[in-house]
Structures are given as C-alpha cells and as structure tokens.
Ligand binder design. Structure first.
Ligand code: CUA
Length: 377
C-alpha cells in the first residue's frame, strides 16, 4: 500500500488559507481582552513601554535572522565546492561585539521599564479614588468596597475616569461550614485592557491602580494556575458614570435583609416566595433539615461591622442583586434562567471542582430558586 500524500498544489493552497486566516484574524476590531487595545491610563502606560520594546525586538529579529539567512545562502554547499568556509569560532573581537551589543540594548530598555514599574506602583493621590479589596477564592472573586460598606462577587463596578485602588488578597483560611479543604494558592489579577497582571500571594497584600476612560465592560481573569477551574476563574470590571456608580452603591446598600415576604391571606405562594424560603432552609438528599444556601451565599451586600481588611469568611459569592448580573459561575456563563437551572442542577458539571455540590434539588425546587434569584434586582 502506498502512503497517501496531499498533492503539492493542495498543500500550497492550505498553507495560503492558513496564512490568510492568521492575517484576517487581526482585522477583528472588537478586542475585549487585548492588552494591545488599552482602555485606561495605566494600560496605556504599559502599552507605551511595550511598543518601543516591540520595535527594538523586531529590529534585532530582522538583523539576526537576516544574518542567518545570508550566511546560510552565501555559504551553502554547492556542487564542486570542496573547501569549508573560514571558521570564526574563538574570534575574540566577534565574541565581544555580540556580547556588548545585547547588553547595551538591554541597558537602554531597562531605563523606561524600571521607570514604568515605579510609576505604576505609585498609589493615587486623587481624593476621588475608590478603594476596593479584591479577595481571590478558588474559583471566584470577592470585591469589597470598605469605605462604601458593600461587597459583591465576580462583577466589579467602578466609576469611569476615577482611579480605583485595589488591594489584592488571596483567600487562605479554610472557611468554616463547608466541605472544603482550602489550600493557600497563588492567583493573579488581570484585566488586559485596564492594566497588567498582579500575583495574589497568600499572606501578602499586593496593590494596583486602574482607571477606565469610557463606560463599558472589561473582562478579566485569573492569570496564575490555581487548580482545576483556574481557567474558569473569570470576572468583569464594569465601568459606569459617577451617577450610575452612586446609584449602584445605593442599590447594593438597599439589599439589607428583611424577613421573607409572607403570601397574602388565602393566596398561594409565588415561586419567588417559595424560592426565598428554600434559599434560607431546605431539606434534600444527604443534607440535614435546615441546611441552607445562606450557609455559603449572602444576598445582603452590606459589609458587617466586624469585617477585617482582607479577611474573609465568605465561602461562595455574595448574590445581592443577582438578577442584574451579566454572568454566573465567575464570569463563565451568561446569566440566563436556562444556565442558572443547569448550575443548580449540577454546578460541578459546569465548573469542575466547584465547592458547591449537586444538592439533588427537584425540578420544582430549582424552578423556585431560579425565580427567587432572578427576582433579586
Ligand atoms: Cu485563580 Cu487561577
């Protein structure tokens, strides 16, 4: 049997198509997660360093590759040539030249690099700065606004054209009440269009300043391998006008818990009411009577009085105003009834390794919880 090979014209065509695809891919103008598409002063500062370094590197590439090509073609083996070209191994002058030139290039690049690192580390002195504590969990994000007294999960609201100073922590203490064995892990905070990456190391506090020029949604993600669902540890920064930000803060403060709404005399319970009761207390499968979603998730966004900076007891994301969220499962799924239903049915099927297990909820219980959670807005 002769091996089947692709005919040369077809191979050429395939190669051309691949090249064309690669080139055309750069035509996409919507670049939600490209650091080459900066959307704030810090990201522009980084881009301003990247661009000259890129062109210097491109120049080095052209010179080095050009020299290799030249040498390979000029001194290639030809018919009738018997003598080897002159060998330059051990040529001291050449060795010095190609050691000194890269050293000088690196020294030149080091100046703006170090300057940029220090500039980005400078905390903002703008009195309008919004301070946010970010706590990375396996695998979701807690965002606390200590001065505003509120907390949220996975979607970080920020006002446009105002510096946001982030204090970055990694959750490290085994949270009580859940079947988890929390291992301290390193995460990394990254919103490509707004700034660089910053590692979040357990036991250390890192900081970062960001600012968005325009209102919009800026996707971010964990950029350091932190376990099974590392790739599913995403989030969004949602930049809004000052007025919208204040309205959001107020709406979050208004989520202070009240008692479940009782159905009116003689009226049947609505699915929302059923869901609310279920959220606070349910009995199913292996879980004891009185076990509740509340054990891990709050629906009140107000920070407790005794909250300590960077220390968290949250097991799952705060779900205040969940119905308004764009995504669920830490930025990985669109927040639709359909997806929420799938999530409640079996969270680990959607997010491998999630702490939240399959509680064996019935169709009716899922319907009620979906109705309740979506009504939180
Ligand atoms: Cu957190 Cu990767």
């Amino acid at each position: 049997m002769t091996p089947r090979t692709t005919p040369r014209p077809v191979r050429r065509l395939l190669g051309l198509a691949a090249l064309l695809g690669l080139v055309l891919a750069s035509c996409r103008d919507e670049l939600p997660q490209s650091s080459l598409n900066p959307a704030g002063p810090q990201a522009r500062t980084i881009d301003g360093l990247f661009t000259p370094v890129f062109w210097i590197a491109a120049g080095v590439f052209v010179v080095v590759e050009g020299a290799i090509l030249f040498a390979a073609l000029r001194y290639r083996s030809r018919n009738g040539r018997v003598r080897n070209p002159v060998q330059v191994h051990g040529n001291t002058r050449l060795e010095i030249v190609w050691t000194v030139i890269p050293a000088v290039i690196l020294a030149i690049i080091a100046v703006p690099t170090v300057r940029t690192i220090f500039a980005l580390a400078e905390p903002p002195d703008d009195p309008d700065t919004v301070n946010i504590e970010v706590i990375a969990h396996q695998w979701w994000w807690e965002f606390r606004y200590p001065e505003l007294g509120i907390v949220t999960g996975n979607e970080m609201y920020m006002p446009v054209q105002r510096p946001v100073h982030l204090e970055l922590h990694s959750a490290e203490v085994a949270d009580s009440g859940a079947d988890r064995s929390a291992i301290p892990v390193i995460h990394s905070f990254w919103i490509p269009r707004l700034g660089g990456k910053q590692d979040m190391v357990p036991g250390r506090v890192a900081a970062m300043t960001l600012e968005a020029d325009e209102p919009g949604t800026y996707p971010g993600q964990c950029a350091e391998f932190c376990g099974l669902s590392h790739a599913n540890m995403r989030f969004r920064a949602i930049a809004v006008s000052d007025a919208d930000f204040d309205a959001w803060v107020q709406s979050m403060r208004d989520t202070a818990a009240g008692p479940p709404e009782e159905p009116a005399e003689g009226e049947p319970m609505t699915p929302e009411q059923e869901g609310e009761i279920l959220f606070g207390k349910f009995t199913t499968g292996d879980f004891p009577a009185g076990f509740s979603c509340f054990a891990c998730h709050a629906v009140d966004a107000n920070l407790g009085e005794d909250t300590k900076p960077g220390q968290t007891t949250a097991v799952g994301p705060n779900l205040a105003r969940f119905g308004e969220r764009q995504t669920l499962g830490a930025g990985i799924f669109e927040n639709t009834e359909e997806n929420l239903r799938r999530w409640l049915d079996d969270p680990r099927a959607m997010k491998p390794g999630a702490i939240m297990p399959d509680y064996g909820l019935s169709e009716q219980q899922i319907d009620a919880l979906v109705a309740y959670l979506m009504s939180l807005q």
